[in-house]
Design a protein around this ligand. Structure first.
Ligand code: NAP
Length: 337
């Protein structure tokens, strides 16, 4: 042992405290999972030179203040400034005028001395905040919990890079590899814990998608139940011939707060489209592939509509269409009771 005190990390190097505060940013950001599309989830913490938290905040919804501004506003509301403080944020501060003003100049104006960033913003027009801050005399450290920061925002990164949603394939599978009983009932082949997990997934992902076979067999609501503060995802049905009944449970509240999209093909009768639209559904006529909805065209259209993530509740006839997983970037498998 040298007996010397540990050297202060070089400028631009993260400390153990940086990692701890970045973890807090990720916790804050995760509170808004499934609520910010087409924006990412972002958390922010401001810490003074003695390692005390001065303020924190997170981005709640597209169109509202970014996490950095929420935290800086909390700081100002407490009658303090960020002079000499470090600001932690899991995504690079923006430097563009969108629905809200640019964050990087606001961070510098608050007197922040050092900014620690998780992942860099993948959107070309939004990035550049880190460089702007460095040019204006703020010390910038990047890539702290970078992988975890990117993983938490997987839907946003997928959408930003590929212009389509992140797809999660979910299947309740029995030990003998089935997704329903011999009579076709699937509702109860999984246990409480697996069903609760499905509701948590629906709550965090922007849309839930099923095939018309499931609508006709189970009449699911596709809502979120049993999750405190839960919100319902956009509901999507792939239905090449528009067989969805106008009385289907998933159409409850459609067009009046609930968004229901029925993806179909040119072959579907116009009269059924009119009835479903009158029931509040959006009917999307898409290119077909072998007479069925072209799923690639569907995910592209969902991406263009600002849907960052889709939970595909897979069933026997439609699962192969999503497999091999060239595009699902995560799968969720529930074990039977
Ligand atoms: N255990 C589980 O995790 C789970 C989850 C969901 C459902 N299920 C069970 O699965 C059963 C229903 O299964 P299902 O086989 O009828 O599957 P499904 O996925 O619910 O529906 C399949 C139908 O989707 C339509 N479709 C439209 N575009 C498609 C495309 N590109 N590729 C494939 N299909 C497309 C087709 O009908 P058109 O040609 O008329 O469009 C097809 O017959 C029910 O018993 C349900 O309870 C189990």
């Amino acid at each position: 042992m040298s007996g010397r005190a540990p050297a202060r990390p070089a400028r631009g190097e993260p400390t153990a405290a940086d990692v701890r505060w970045m973890r807090r940013c990720l916790q804050l950001a995760a509170r808004a999972e499934g609520r910010t599309a087409p924006n990412p989830v972002v958390g922010c913490v401001v810490v003074d030179g003695r390692g005390r938290k001065l303020a924190e905040g997170w981005h709640r919804r597209a169109g509202t203040a970014h996490a950095e501004i929420v935290a800086l506003d909390a700081l100002a509301a407490a009658g303090r400034r960020g002079d000499g403080a470090t600001l932690y944020v899991n995504l690079e501060p923006c430097n563009h005028h969108g629905r809200t003003g640019p964050c990087a100049p606001a961070v510098a104006a608050a007197g922040i001395r050092r900014v620690v960033i998780g992942a860099m913003d993948p959107v070309a027009g939004h990035a550049g905040g880190a460089r702007w801050l460095a040019r204006h005399g703020v010390e910038v450290v990047t890539g702290v919990l970078g992988d975890a920061s990117e993983a938490l925002n997987r839907p946003f990164f997928t959408w930003a890079r590929l212009r389509r949603p992140h797809v999660v394939l979910k299947a309740g599978v029995s030990l003998d590899g089935r997704v329903a009983t011999r009579t076709g009932a699937s509702r109860w082949i999984t246990g409480e814990a697996a069903r609760a997990e499905v509701h948590r997934l629906r709550d965090r992902l922007d849309a839930v998608l099923v095939g018309i076979g499931t609508v006709l067999a189970d009449d699911p609501r596709l809502t979120v139940r049993g999750v405190a503060g839960g919100r319902d995802p956009v509901r999507v049905v792939v239905d090449s011939r528009l067989r969805t009944p106008v009385g289907a449970a998933l159409l409850a509240g459609a067009g009046q707060g609930a968004r229901v999209i029925i993806a179909t093909t040119a072959a579907a009768p116009a009269s059924r489209q009119r009835r479903l639209e009158a029931a509040g559904a959006e009917v999307w006529r898409l290119r077909d592939r072998g007479g069925r909805v072209d799923l690639r065209a569907l995910v592209r259209r969902l991406g263009a509509a600002g849907v960052l993530s889709v939970l595909v509740e897979a069933a026997p006839r439609s699962t192969p269409a999503w497999w091999p997983p060239t595009w699902p970037t995560r799968s969720s498998c529930s074990w039977p009771r």
